[in-house]
Write a protein that binds this ligand. Sequence first.
Ligand SMILES: *[C@@H]1O[C@H](CO)[C@@H](O)[C@H](O)[C@H]1NC(C)=O
Ligand SMILES: *[C@@H]1O[C@H](CO)[C@@H](O)[C@H](O)[C@H]1NC(C)=O
Ligand SMILES: *[C@@H]1O[C@H](CO)[C@@H](O)[C@H](O)[C@H]1NC(C)=O
Length: 269
Amino acid sequence: MVLVYSVATILLTIIVCSIADDAYPSPYSYTACDLDGGGGSLSPTRREVYDNGRIIDISHRYHPDMPSWLSDDGLGQFLRLPASMKNGSRSNVSEMKLVTHTGTHVDAPGHMIDEYFDAGFDVDTLDLHVLNGPALVVDVPRDSNITADVMKSLNIPKGVMRVLFRTLNTDRRLMWQKQFDTSYVGFLKDGAQWLKDNTDIKLVGIDYLSVAAFVDSVATHRVFFKSRDIILVEGLKLDNADTGIYNVHCLPLRLFGAEGSPIRCILIK
Ligand SMILES: *[C@@H]1O[C@H](CO)[C@@H](O)[C@H](O)[C@H]1NC(C)=O
Ligand SMILES: *[C@@H]1O[C@H](CO)[C@@H](O)[C@H](O)[C@H]1NC(C)=O
Ligand SMILES: *[C@@H]1O[C@H](CO)[C@@H](O)[C@H](O)[C@H]1NC(C)=O
């Protein structure tokens, strides 16, 4: 009886886990089903979409193998358990140590303009109206970084305030690769300037760790930050979002004094 039961349980686990894998393929070495040791029924569901696809999670899961700026080895261990029930504590309590520009995150103007940092333009001062509302997901031509010409070719109508740019970075699955890749696609300075001068865009989202191409990093960021009314969200997961109009909701942590913060972003159809 016990044997029959456990064979059935194992079979069921295998079936459930393979279904879960197909629905939500995991780029990491483990799957949701492995996390509890593989055999048990006590296993959480990890989702990329909710409510039959109406809500799309466009934030990346924080994980030691996710890419980190200039690192060959990824983010690495960022969580520890200073208090653990296995060690006799009353509860498990984790602590995290994380560069604020890790994974899906937001930049505040103080990030690359020192005067703004000193004046207090931190993530706590970012306008939640810019971070929440109707947004356009657009595909960027795959053969170029985002220049003025590319921006022009996208024909983004006046009045559009929030745009998430899906690029070659998504096709190359760069955010799923441990090793930081400097060849990612981003804005060049003239692309940023064109956006500023010719559109009403205030929220700029992109699918790798920086909105600015590696070769033009500081100059491009400074163009965006200068007027302090454009918000940059970086490291978005746009793999499972089609182009089109959504409502975006992005909420940074209220980190007083910080020029960056992890951010949770979702799209709602
Ligand atoms: C438990 O305590 C030991 C010794 O202090 C430590 O090395 C270990 O990391 C702790 N384990 C956890 C899960 O916190
Ligand atoms: C954390 O808490 C659970 C009980 O909720 C306990 O079973 C588990 O061993 C704890 N984990 C660690 C690493 O102490
Ligand atoms: C974008 O710029 C990077 C350098 O920052 C370069 O390595 C890459 O090839 C460029 N990508 C495209 C598609 O032109």
